[in-house]
Design a protein around this ligand. Structure first.
Ligand SMILES: C[S@@+](CC[C@H](N)C(=O)[O-])C[C@H]1O[C@@H](n2cnc3c(N)ncnc32)[C@H](O)[C@@H]1O
Length: 255
């Protein structure tokens, strides 16, 4: 499916992946020595719930929010204006694997629920050059909580998205993620898991409603109905295996 159409199916949701203010805050609190006027790059920002959260958590930070889907950025610009943050949040429509920022331009790189698109290892290695020395990166990604995951879960995670080309094929454990970060030249400051209930409160409850609307609006469009079915399968798998996998937040510092 064409990426713009795929993204447009998620425009009605308040955010495009699970997460909330509390956990953005928890990760942000783990950063140390954030300088006055710090520059933050928020990659794969979607409609920017975490962008607005960061603007609130860091009242003098300047944020550049990147996404590939312009309508998400339009929504973020509107929200930023409504919150009085237009002078501190700038949006850029670009692909996360082809960014034209300066080396060492940012104090902090933030990627909440988006690094899976290019893969954790590739993402942290590529984005590192845009960070200042000692700069922080926060990337949250899907991880396995067990060394012995059930086969059905692994079969599902291999599919991973309606468009497998878009996502990283391998799911890691938190230890493997930390190892990749060390190898890429980062110190791991800490990791924590997103509780399963946040998936529902912040995301799946809205996905369920959105699916109903999509089924109605696109009743003759097999491709879109395929995405709706995928979303339903994803929620079913999550309800059964949420103890075996979930999101982990990695807070790491460039050394
Ligand atoms: C799972 S959503 C997460 C969005 C947001 N961070 C949140 O937590 O709500 C992933 C986001 O990455 C964007 N995206 C997909 N492919 C991209 C790419 N190649 N470059 C930049 N953004 C991309 C999507 O448009 C979407 O907004």
């Amino acid at each position: 499916m064409e990426l713009d159409l795929l993204c447009s199916l998620f425009e009605g949701l308040p955010r495009q992946g699970p997460g909330d203010f509390e956990h953005t805050h928890k990760a942000f609190r783990m950063l140390s020595g954030v300088p006055k006027g710090a520059k933050i790059l928020d990659i794969g920002c979607g409609k920017g719930m975490q962008t607005i959260a960061l603007a609130k958590l860091c009242p003098d930070c300047l944020i550049t929010a990147v996404d590939i889907h312009q309508p998400f950025l339009d929504a973020l610009n509107e929200n930023a204006a409504a919150e009085g943050f237009s002078d501190r949040i700038k949006t850029v429509c670009a692909s996360m694997d082809d960014l034209s920022f300066d080396e060492g331009e940012f104090d902090i790189i933030w990627a909440e629920g988006s690094i899976f698109i290019i893969g954790f290892e590739k993402g942290i290695n590529y984005w590192k050059k845009f960070l200042k020395q000692d700069g922080f990166m926060m990337a949250s990604d899907l991880v396995l909580f067990t060394e012995n995951p059930p086969e059905e879960l692994m079969d599902f995670l291999k599919i991973c998205s309606p468009d497998p080309e878009l996502c990283s094929p391998k799911i890691m454990t938190e230890d493997e993620g930390a190892e990749m970060a060390n190898k890429a030249g980062f110190n791991v400051w800490g990791t924590f898991r997103l509780p399963a209930n946040v998936w529902y409160d912040s995301y799946y409850n809205y996905v369920k409603e959105n699916n109903k609307l999509l089924r109605e609006k696109y009743r003759d469009n097999k491709e879109v109905l395929g995405v709706v079915e995928f979303n339903e399968k994803e929620m079913e798998v999550h309800s059964r295996y949420q103890k075996e996998y979930g999101y982990a937040y990695f807070v790491i510092q460039k050394n």
